[in-house]
Write a new protein. Structure first.
Length: 289
């Protein structure tokens, strides 16, 4: 049986459900801080939890990558659903020999996105979920500027005319010039934004990608399949794509590490959470036959 219960978190449906003794387990998709609060609530009744939380996902683009395929894939992974997908890319590390080419390609793709009416077939990009969330994203745009980042594309609110002025519109934005340690490169923005940073070799790329409290997803772009396997195997994430993004067999395990979640779901992996194995031990001696 499935029940859909509307409500809020603290002092409402969310808190009631997560602390109720009749709940056997809790699965949650959402923000990392909310997942932490749910873990505290579930602890009193010692209930299992399965979380798919936030991410600060990295993409690694090596000099031997198929440039067009990488730029196309990154455009999808950064800007799909206006960046409001937990698996979206917000950090792009690009090997130095092709850095300028990838920056130019991504900038061209970003400028080619069309914000507008959802029923218009020319529209590619919608607004953010709310004006409140837009204010959060705008605060990161301002912080990036203060830290010396250059918005090579976007960086503000577009003017879409009176008819659409009430929407939470935001320009697709790409930054260069930011340090890997800048807050906007370490905290989840959850918008159509990404910071672009050059790297020199594979070791540096892996180190930068893994230097995060999150661990949901990553992508690796290279025509060297051996490198693709090697680097993907070193990512501290629940899923790593090689030369693609958002491709998934629903039977495979899905989840994150660190602030990106706990547990795995998908196919038989879901059964481990949604069922509980029981040991039935029977005495087969002569006296009990």
């Amino acid at each position: 049986m499935f029940n859909l219960v509307h409500g809020f978190g603290p002092g409402s449906a969310g808190e009631f459900l997560t602390t109720h003794e009749g709940i056997d387990g809790i699965t949650f998709t959402g923000e990392s801080s909310t997942g932490s609060a749910i873990m505290h609530a579930a602890a009193s009744n010692v209930r299992p939890v399965s979380f798919e939380l936030g991410g600060k996902n990295a993409a690694l683009v090596f000099a031997d990558a198929d440039l067009e395929a990488a730029v196309d894939g990154l455009t999808r992974s950064i800007f799909t659903n206006t960046g409001q997908v937990c698996l979206c890319t917000e950090r792009v590390y690009i090997q130095r020999p092709i850095f300028d080419d990838v920056v130019a390609g991504l900038s061209e793709r970003a400028r080619g996105l069309t914000l507008g009416q959802p029923m218009d077939p020319r529209t590619t990009t919608g607004p953010l979920i709310s004006l409140t969330h837009r204010q959060k994203v705008l605060s990161y745009l301002e912080r990036a500027k203060q830290l010396g980042g250059e918005a090579i594309v976007g960086g503000g609110i577009p003017n879409l005319g009176h008819e659409l002025s009430g929407g939470a519109w935001i320009e697709p934005t790409l930054w260069t010039g930011l340090s890997h340690d800048a807050p906007v490169m370490r905290e989840e923005v959850f918008g159509p934004v990404a910071g672009l940073i050059p790297f020199d070799d594979e070791e540096e790329a892996v180190r930068l990608a893994n230097d995060t409290k999150y661990g949901l997803a990553a992508s690796v772009w290279t025509t060297n399949l051996e490198r693709g396997h090697r680097v993907a195997g070193r990512m501290n994430t629940g899923i790593t794509w090689v030369n693609t993004w958002f491709l998934r067999d629903l039977r495979s395990p899905f989840g994150g590490a660190g602030l990106s979640g706990i547990g795995r779901e998908g196919g038989t992996h879901s059964l481990h959470f949604y069922t509980q194995p029981t040991n039935v031990c029977v005495n087969l001696s002569e006296a009990t036959r």
